[in-house]
Design a protein. Structure first.
Length: 473
């Protein structure tokens, strides 16, 4: 072990599994570096485990492809006006009373399609972690990464503009039906990844200086005192470096999880009524649409100049969770069994949180808002326990904690399911989903124009009289 002229501590290959991926150095240069702890080689792994790299590569793409199909199904119903868009008529909005359920088939499809937006945003955050890791290993600078995140966000925003102006014939100046939220959250997740990479390295180096040395470290590899190295710098034992990096890595993971919780809870805090129906608003939202667009849904009718159902800051929590998940998956060479077990366990934890939101009445933006016959018959009872539809009724605009916990639970359960399928089988059985999942942006833009242009023609056909020439088609 030695120090380079630049002051970066170089660590020889470690004999055991990786503790985590982290980065820290003695200097304060702008270059993001990674202190690699080499994973346990697959060829010497225990025979009961299998490498998870292939499964990790396939499961997220399969999941994204599945959500593309569900999204297209949802948009098909919108384009053809097949049924009201929601599990309840005029529902799914913050503090909005509902009095009638949608038809069972429509409500079931709509409940399934609730998974799309949180799934896309979660996978986006996960992709940022993978991208940051790969580009760091390629030697990209902080400026190069910043440029990438900004350019991608601008491109997605421009596509949003083109789609909106085209679909509304120029009546709506800004029409955000998800891409703008993804653009902003991608940029913020990227900046957060860069910040964490830098502060994690700095904290690790600080801890290396202040953490007490363990006796076994000194016995195995004594610390060289001042003047003992070629350049007069102290050289810490390998295990001390790993311990400092480990503490820094866990601390930043805890910070990311805390941010994810705060950024979903602020949807509750920013609700004028606190998520309750039948109460006076505690305060008024800003009048400007350009301010509201960041935290609250805006507009909703075609005459509005700004229409946005997906405020970026309201969905940021899902991207942060994806970033955290990506960091953990990339931390070491996990076995497939460990990845799947972890996904299932996290899914169970999220589902438990969802159940508690129903039982304990917290984290909901629909308190006192259900007025169907079963609720009117039991006005003093828990509204969420009166029927299955009530239990799974979710507020999406903006997402509340109940929506967050249930959709994330399903995300992790599906990752565990797809990850448990052998890659060779999965690539054949889910080939179509893999194609959709790896070409998501093209599929999204194409399906929007195909579905809504075709739907417009079919809806126009319905308005023609029986003697119209359109009836021949």
């Amino acid at each position: 072990m030695k120090t380079t002229p630049e002051g970066t501590i170089e660590v020889p290959p470690q004999p055991g599994p990786a503790v985590q991926e982290t980065a820290f150095a003695a200097d304060t240069s702008a270059t993001l570096t990674v202190l690699e702890h080499e994973p346990l080689p697959d060829e010497i792994a225990p025979p009961t485990t299998t490498p998870a790299s292939a499964a990790r590569a396939l499961a997220p793409d399969i999941l994204r492809g599945l959500y593309m199909v569900l999204m297209a199904l949802d948009h098909n119903g919108m384009a053809l006006h097949s049924w009201p868009h929601g599990t309840a008529i005029d529902g799914e909005f913050d503090s909005t009373p509902v009095h009638k359920w949608n038809r069972p088939l429509a409500a079931t499809i709509r409940t399934l399609t609730h998974l799309c937006a949180p799934g896309f945003t979660f996978l986006l955050g996960m992709g940022v972690a993978y991208f940051g890791r790969s580009r760091t290993n390629l030697g990209w600078s902080a400026g190069q990464m910043m440029r990438h995140f900004v350019v991608r966000a601008v491109v997605l925003t421009m596509i949003t503009e083109v789609i909106g102006l085209t679909m509304t014939g120029g009546k709506v100046w800004f029409f955000n039906i998800v891409l703008f939220a993804l653009a902003v959250d991608y940029l913020l997740a990227g900046l957060l990844w860069m910040s964490v990479a830098r502060t994690e390295r700095g904290l690790g180096y600080l801890l290396l200086r202040v953490l007490p040395q363990k006796g076994e470290d000194e016995r195995r590899e004594p610390l060289l005192r001042e003047g003992g190295g070629e350049d007069g710098l102290d050289v810490a034992p390998d295990r001390a470096i790993i311990r400092a990096a480990d503490v820094s890595w866990h601390a930043h993971n805890a910070l990311l999880f805390g941010l994810a919780v705060v950024t979903i809870w602020w949807n509750i805090w920013l609700s004028p009524t606190g998520g309750y129906c039948g109460v006076e608003p505690r305060w008024e939202k800003p009048e400007s649409d350009w301010i509201q667009i960041w935290f609250w849904p805006v507009g909703g009718v075609i005459s509005d100049r700004v229409v946005s159902g997906f405020p970026p800051m309201a969905w940021l929590s899902f991207a942060i969770l994806g970033l955290l998940y990506g960091r953990i998956v990339l931390a070491r060479s996990w076995s497939t069994r460990a990845i799947n077990a972890g996904n299932a366990a996290v899914g169970a934890a999220f589902f438990s949180v969802f159940v508690l939101t129903r039982l304990l009445h917290f984290g909901n933006l629909s308190e006192g808002c259900l007025h169907m016959p079963e609720h009117l018959a039991h006005p003093e009872g828990n509204q969420y326990l009166q029927s299955a539809a009530s239990f799974f009724y979710l507020i999406k605009y903006p997402p509340d904690v109940a929506f967050w916990s249930l959709t994330m639970a399903v995300n992790f359960f599906l990752l565990a399911l797809f990850g448990s399928i052998p890659p060779r089988v999965a690539s054949q059985v889910f080939h179509v989903l893999l194609v959709y999942g790896t070409s998501a942006l093209f599929f999204y833009v194409a399906h929007i124009f195909v579905l809504f242009s075709t739907g417009a023609v079919m809806l126009a056909w319905r308005t023609k009289g029986p003697d119209s020439i359109w009836r021949f088609f």
